[in-house]
Design a protein. Sequence first.
Length: 136
Amino acid sequence: MSGDSDEESAEEKGAAIADNSDESASEDGGEEEEASTHRGQKRPLSDLDDDHMVHVPPIDAEHESWLAFEKNLREYMKRTRQVLVVKEVMNVSRRNNTLKKQVKYQGLQDSEIPLVPVDMEPYQRKYICTHGWHPR
């Protein structure tokens, strides 16, 4: 192992923060302290109070095209007062390369692998909710 023995690993620091988070939240009775320990982290479901939950209907599952999906998504965001942004995009060539590398498709011709058609670009988009983000 390299480095000084005084240096803590990231894991040890994380454990120390987790151990102290309960104490800091109970001191001064500050919910503000407790909230700051969750900043940038997903809260466990057990921490959520059902009275503060807002339930929204699901978005339609299938669309004919990305254009139709985007139109529906804009209407959905307006209707539910949510802001969803694209976090990540996977293009067709990346997905097809991933499929070709799978063990079960090794040695097979492209015609024998269920490749995604090029006209399905992009293959996948991941959206995330911006609730709780600081305004720009």
